[in-house]
Ligand binder design. Structure first.
Ligand SMILES: *[C@@H]1O[C@H](CO)[C@@H](O)[C@H](O)[C@H]1NC(C)=O
Ligand SMILES: *[C@@H]1O[C@H](CO)[C@@H](O)[C@H](O)[C@H]1NC(C)=O
Ligand SMILES: *[C@@H]1O[C@H](CO)[C@@H](O)[C@H](O)[C@H]1NC(C)=O
Ligand SMILES: *[C@@H]1O[C@H](CO)[C@@H](O)[C@H](O)[C@H]1NC(C)=O
Ligand SMILES: *[C@@H]1O[C@H](CO)[C@@H](O)[C@H](O)[C@H]1NC(C)=O
Ligand SMILES: *[C@@H]1O[C@H](CO)[C@@H](O)[C@H](O)[C@H]1NC(C)=O
Ligand SMILES: *[C@@H]1O[C@H](CO)[C@@H](O)[C@H](O)[C@H]1NC(C)=O
Ligand SMILES: *[C@@H]1O[C@H](CO)[C@@H](O)[C@H](O)[C@H]1NC(C)=O
Ligand SMILES: *[C@@H]1O[C@H](CO)[C@@H](O)[C@H](O)[C@H]1NC(C)=O
Length: 346
């Protein structure tokens, strides 16, 4: 009986310690590369957890180490530091409070790690301008993961397994203006998808190479100016009129989708660059409209490769990448002279 109690105690103690996560890691030695200044060479340093680097440095880099758990206070840094990177180091979980870093960082970059989930209380209280969590296996992000961060401007989540854009991300993080999630599994851009992002600065949104079939008419209602919307390589068949009404999308890239035309309102909105290569089913009527608009408004365009007949004017209009030109309609085929080989002496 006592034995069982002791065993239960040990089991629960280990469980609690496991939850707390800090226990084992204090013993581990591993290597980091430290760049004291922007342009200095890296120095390899063997270090213990917590990382308490007591000098001002520019960049702290961890590559090819084995650090499955980043526990609370993994970093305990009060000296100057601008960039923290953890690359290919088997990071699976980042626990709340792992980045106990007081200086203002330009960038935290955690890439090529098997992290699947981003929890709240990891990034909320760090003074950091850019968070790059690309090339992991992220499929779950707590709604609050990026809340309450008044320093944050740029979030990159490229090459992950994200299935949806959560319109409630970035609550109380009013300076986020650049969001990038290319190569993910996103299927739709929901209503007010970016509503918590910067209200003053034009947004830059990169969502290429997903599986987007649907864009809500209200997707961008929260913003007047989108500087860049890049949604190449999706499965979009139509762009809703409403995304262009009372709104400027300055650079629109919709290469390799399933569009056949653009809404007429698009041409009234101050668009200055339009790329839509790679769909040979695009409608000729619509292409001609784009061409007219481009000529009248100095619009920069990349067209799909399509030849459209203009019977009235007896020309073919050739659309080809960044140019268009006209060639006369070929007259109906007439008999072609056949070249006959003269008899050869035998
Ligand atoms: C500490 O590490 C050892 C060996 O890797 C492992 O057996 C043990 O369960 C770990 N303890 C905790 C509390 O994580
Ligand atoms: C750290 O670097 C030293 C010397 O370069 C090397 O001998 C050691 O194995 C490295 N330790 C780890 C944990 O990678
Ligand atoms: C630091 O370690 C890496 C990996 O072991 C090695 O490629 C690099 O040359 C080392 N740098 C210095 C300055 O020793
Ligand atoms: C990490 O490992 C890869 C593959 O072994 C190697 O090419 C690369 O140089 C390593 N990086 C560092 C900084 O040691
Ligand atoms: C990541 O690290 C492992 C072992 O440290 C190495 O075998 C692998 O090649 C590295 N991958 C990259 C992309 O550096
Ligand atoms: C963000 O701030 C609000 C209001 O102060 C607070 O209720 C909430 O818990 C904070 N969220 C996080 C993830 O820190
Ligand atoms: C666009 O703006 C005009 C003028 O401010 C306003 O009357 C109209 O209702 C707006 N349309 C939409 C769809 O918001
Ligand atoms: C081009 O658009 C048409 C019509 O929506 C679609 O059926 C076709 O698959 C698209 N082509 C490519 C290469 O995506
Ligand atoms: C069109 O594209 C080609 C190749 O990228 C480039 O050399 C040329 O300057 C472009 N022309 C215009 C008018 O932009």
């Amino acid at each position: 009986m006592d034995g069982l109690k002791v065993l239960l105690f040990i089991v629960s103690a280990v469980f609690v310690l496991g939850e707390e996560c800090a226990f084992n890691q204090t013993l581990t030695n591993f290597n980091v590369t430290v760049y004291p200044e922007v342009d200095s060479a890296g120095e390899n340093v063997t270090i213990q957890i917590p990382i308490e680097y007591k000098k001002d440095i520019f960049h702290l880099l961890i590559v090819n180490e084995t650090l499955p758990n980043l526990c609370q206070n993994f970093f305990l840094i009060q000296n100057e530091l601008s960039i923290v990177q953890i690359i290919n180091s088997s990071v699976q979980e980042i626990h709340p409070g792992a980045f106990n870093i007081t200086p203002t960082l330009a960038l935290i970059r955690i890439v090529l790690n098997p992290i699947s989930s981003i929890k709240k209380n990891v990034f909320n209280n760090i003074k950091v301008k850019e968070i790059d969590l690309s090339q992991n296996v992220i499929n779950n992000i707590d709604t609050e993961a990026f809340d309450n961060n008044t320093y944050l401007e740029i979030v990159k989540l490229n090459n992950n397994q994200i299935k949806e854009i959560n319109p409630n991300w970035f609550y109380n993080s009013p300076k986020v203006y650049k969001f990038s999630a290319i190569y993910n599994d996103i299927k739709a851009i929901p209503a007010e998808a970016f509503k918590n992002m910067d209200q003053e600065r034009p947004l830059k949104l990169r969502l290429s190479a997903n599986r987007i079939t649907e864009i809500s008419p209200d997707a961008f209602n929260s913003h007047h100016t989108i500087q860049l919307l890049r949604i190449n390589g999706n499965k979009i068949t139509t762009l809703p009129d409403n995304i262009f009404i009372n709104r400027t999308i300055q650079i629109l890239q919709v290469n390799t989708n399933k569009l056949q035309c653009f809404p007429d309102v698009m041409f009234q909105t101050g668009i200055n660059t339009l790329d839509f290569v790679d769909n040979i089913s695009f409608e000729c009527q619509c292409l001609k409209k784009v061409r007219k608009f481009a000529e009248d408004n100095n619009l920069e365009v990349l067209y799909p490769s399509i030849i459209c007949e203009d019977r009235a004017r007896e020309v073919n209009i050739v659309f080809s990448y960044n140019k268009t030109y006209e060639i006369p309609l070929l007259p109906p085929t007439v008999d072609v002279d056949v070249y006959v080989k003269p008899d050869q002496p035998t």
